[in-house]
Write a protein that binds this ligand. Structure first.
Ligand SMILES: [Zn+2]
Length: 308
């Protein structure tokens, strides 16, 4: 048993005891303000954000991965686990980006929490060979798959809280329409470009690249902390030079060092690209959301790929 799993098991035991104690303490009361809104938990930013869009004012959504952190290596606190058990609907991605959620999922279901696990319905692509996980989890960066995620959240909300079914359906339809507009903007914006390769910090853009006919060259693997070897770095730089890549992407939640090293080697510039695994405090304060960041990303893609 490794150390982090042992720590996780202790946290889980503590959290279950705490939830049981809270349930016992609040059981006789009903109709308190906490109970007027449905409690929802999302494992990281896009899932929590989509849940907010569908829930409107009818739900309270907790995002487990704190702003400024990225979900791949996030280990939940006892309080996080407590929130998961206290939720009516628990929204997770699967595919190795929120592994802690995969560990508690069976028990959450046993305890009556409605679990939306995106990987159960949306077929995940296999990870490239040599990856640290077997599946690619980054479905939220494809606007079309994001529409499917919103529909799955809507269905779970309707099942968990049928009284407000009409409101959830209306909210979901409105947001799905905005995602469809975003998809149309990507299609048009990337229709006529001189270049086709995007060199990214970690391999987050597989689904987006596939949707719009781009080729992703990732410096790290599927997880930002999977560092490449020197030989891999040299190979990436060679490929980028051969394909005349002018911009190398880096991410706000990950050190830009490797992207800068490749850019220097190739004689390219660096450009920030946001995989939406979390927003920083500054991004939240600036009013950034899934849709605004996706549009920022599109503008940068158009610059990097020299699109008309
Ligand atoms: Zn990622």
């Amino acid at each position: 048993m490794n150390k982090s799993f042992f720590r996780f098991a202790i946290l889980l035991a503590v959290a279950i005891a705490a939830v049981a104690a809270i349930a016992f303490a609040v059981a006789p009361r009903s109709g308190s303000s906490d109970r007027t809104k449905m409690a929802v938990v999302g494992t990281f930013y896009p899932l929590a954000h989509f849940a907010e869009q569908v829930g409107g004012g009818l739900v309270t959504v907790a995002n487990i991965t704190p702003s400024g952190a990225e979900p791949h290596d996030y280990e939940p606190t006892a309080q996080d686990i407590e929130k998961a058990y206290a939720a009516k609907v628990f929204v997770m991605n699967g595919g190795g980006v929120d592994t802690w959620a995969e560990r508690i999922k069976p028990d959450l279901k046993t305890k009556g929490v409605q679990v939306v696990d995106m990987q159960d319905t949306i077929a995940l692509s296999a990870a490239p060979s040599g990856s640290e996980t077997t599946l690619d989890p980054h479905i939220w960066l494809d606007p079309v798959l994001a529409e499917q995620e919103v529909a799955l959240i809507r269905d779970a909300f309707v099942a968990a809280d049928p009284t407000h079914a009409a409101a959830y359906q209306k909210n979901a339809a409105g947001y799905i329409a905005q995602l469809a507009t975003l998809d149309a903007e990507y299609k048009t914006g990337l229709a006529s470009c001189r270049l086709n390769d995007i060199v990214t910090s970690h391999a987050a853009f597989g689904y987006l690249a596939k949707r719009y006919g781009l080729t992703q060259i990732a410096i790290s693997g599927l997880s930002p902390d999977a560092e490449p070897s020197v030989q891999e770095m040299v190979a990436i730089a060679k490929l980028a030079k051969k394909d005349d890549v002018k911009y190398i992407f880096f991410e706000s939640l990950v050190s830009p060092k490797l992207s800068q090293a490749i850019a220097t080697e190739v004689g390219a510039q660096t450009l920030s690209f946001n995989p939406l695994e979390g927003l920083s405090g500054a991004e939240v304060s600036a009013g950034k959301t899934y849709l605004t960041v996706m549009r920022d990303n599109l503008a940068k893609l158009r610059l990097a790929l020299d699109c008309k």
